[in-house]
Design a protein. Structure first.
Length: 251
């Protein structure tokens, strides 16, 4: 961990020390690794130190590829099956809700198309935000106006901050679940069609990247896709996929 990251980590954890009236990181470490601390403080620590950057339609080329290539191909070859997509590292939910808008639009134009969206994150705090579906109106700027009209509700109380909320129909389409990529086992089905795991690997060393990527690919069906962030690269020996486009891989 570089010095700048250590400073950031220290600043974030200092808030927890103050909250618990602890005087040192040694005390905090002893508590958080105790039986009581693992149960009550570990979730707070994870929430404090995780980075949760997200936007609707972030890195739009990926969503264009999803709608122009992946979905038509799936519908033509597997239209009787349910399309399964996983937002792995979903943060506050902008990514899975973007998926939901696009998949619902595709379903309206293609009779019989069914889909399921799974969204996971290690932070319980961001998962709660995602499930509620409330966002500041500034977040909606990247959403096409036609989709805003269909899938967003605006706050009518002028005395409150200008918030939007995802419509209930869309919120009900997504299953939110906590998951830690460091776990040896992911309690996820093994026939996922598409996994978005973007801007996550930049926080891992190379060995951890390879381990997590291989575990993710174990949950992809043959022919399934893995999308990673535009700033990320994958370097592993004998990869279980082929590169079909920039930052897009197929098993």
């Amino acid at each position: 961990m570089p010095p700048t990251k250590k400073v950031m980590l220290q600043a974030r954890l200092n808030r927890r020390l103050k909250k618990l009236n602890l005087s040192s990181f040694e005390e905090y470490f002893s508590y958080v690794t105790s039986e009581e601390g693992l149960k009550y403080e570990m979730p707070n620590m994870v929430n404090a130190i995780t980075t949760n950057k997200t936007d609707f339609f972030r890195e739009p080329r990926h969503f264009q590829y999803l709608t122009d290539v992946v979905l038509p191909d799936f519908y033509q070859c597997n239209h009787k099956k349910k399309f399964k997509i996983w937002s792995a590292g979903c943060s506050t939910g902008a990514e899975p809700y973007t998926m939901a808008m696009l998949l619902q639009e595709f379903a309206l134009k293609n009779p019989g198309f069914r889909f399921a969206i799974l969204s996971t994150d290690i932070s319980t705090e961001v998962l709660e935000i995602a499930q509620d579906g409330f966002y500041h109106v500034e977040m909606a700027k990247s959403i096409p106006k036609a989709l805003c009209k269909k899938y967003l509700l605006r706050s009518k109380d002028i005395n409150k901050q200008p918030f939007i909320r995802i419509v209930p129909e869309l919120r009900q389409m997504i299953k939110f679940k906590q998951l830690n990529f460091m776990d040896d086992y992911y309690p996820i089905v093994n026939d996922i069609d598409v996994i978005f795991c973007r801007n996550v690997f930049i926080y891992f060393d190379r060995q951890t990247q390879e381990r997590v990527i291989r575990r993710l690919c174990n949950h992809l069906r043959p022919g399934g896709y893995l999308f990673i962030g535009h700033s990320e690269t994958i370097r592993i020996e004998n990869p279980p996929f082929t590169n079909v486009s920039s930052t897009i891989f197929r098993k």
